[in-house]
Design a protein around this ligand. Structure first.
Ligand code: MN
Length: 256
């Protein structure tokens, strides 16, 4: 099958006025075409919880763009992050958009891919785990469904900022944990492990018992200005420069 895999994560778009938001729309228009698979590996938004009009109105343009990709022959795989989830009702009627709350195991051209945002990996990271627990468990899901969007927006923004303050940058230990996790997946047979969340740009190869696999993480595009691409016939993902991101994109905050 023709086409390529294109991967983005951790944009943490904070609003329609965010220059990165405009750049993302241009990215979707310019870089995706017939037969392509577009993978979003979580935290595309700094805050997007549930199918609430406060969010769907705010990001109307992007949602329309993703919805329209079907007619351009592009499939979308949205692996939810810890800042954007419960998106299940937004794309209900779009067969070309698939949502994953956790992990995506994928096969393409005989090669095996393991995708996850990565927020469950660092179990010692109390800040993230609390955020995840409070927002993802069933009780809070019911609350989210019943609560007005404006309230979720306010509370979520506070929590999002709090988790930012808790861990401004992935420590060496976290980076190490992510690489270990990737290595485990590769040793269990995956050819590629793709994660986000750490905001640490990574491109590593692991060879286990003669089997070589690649771990990639786009880091924090606001800072690193990279995305990932795998074309047919290529052996490994390329970290490509997002050359469109030339204007200053507000001071860099490394976020969880
Ligand atoms: Mn995250």
């Amino acid at each position: 099958m023709a086409g390529k895999l294109v991967i983005l994560s951790d944009l943490h778009v904070w609003g329609p006025e965010d220059p990165l938001y405009r750049a993302l729309l241009r990215f979707i228009d310019g870089k995706l075409g017939e037969g392509d698979k577009f993978f979003i590996v979580g935290d595309l938004f700094d805050l997007f919880i549930g199918n609430k009009s406060v969010f769907t109105d705010r990001y109307y343009e992007l949602i329309s763009r993703l919805r329209e990709l079907g007619s351009r022959g592009v499939e979308v795989f949205y692996i939810e992050g810890n800042h954007d989830f419960h998106l299940e009702n937004i794309f209900d009627d779009c067969a070309h958009v698939r949502l994953y709350a956790d992990t995506l195991h994928y096969e393409w051209n005989g090669r095996k891919f393991h995708f996850c945002h990565g927020d469950k990996i660092n179990w010692r990271d109390v800040g993230y785990q609390t955020f995840r627990f409070l927002t993802r468990n069933l009780v809070s899901q019911c609350i989210i469904e019943a609560a007005p969007g404006a309230l979720i927006d306010r509370v979520g923004s506070m929590m999002s900022k709090a988790s930012r303050g808790y861990n401004p940058e992935a420590s060496e230990k976290v980076v190490h944990l992510f690489r270990n996790y990737a290595c485990e997946q590769i040793s269990s047979g995956y050819d590629f492990v793709i994660m986000g969340h750490s905001h640490h740009l990574d491109d590593m190869r692991f060879r286990v018992d003669g089997h070589e696999g690649q771990y990639v993480n786009v880091g924090y595009p606001r800072k690193h200005r990279k995305y990932l691409e795998l074309r047919e016939g290529e052996t490994f993902f390329q970290l490509k420069s997002w050359e469109d991101l030339v204007t200053p994109l507000r001071p860099v905050k490394t976020v969880g």
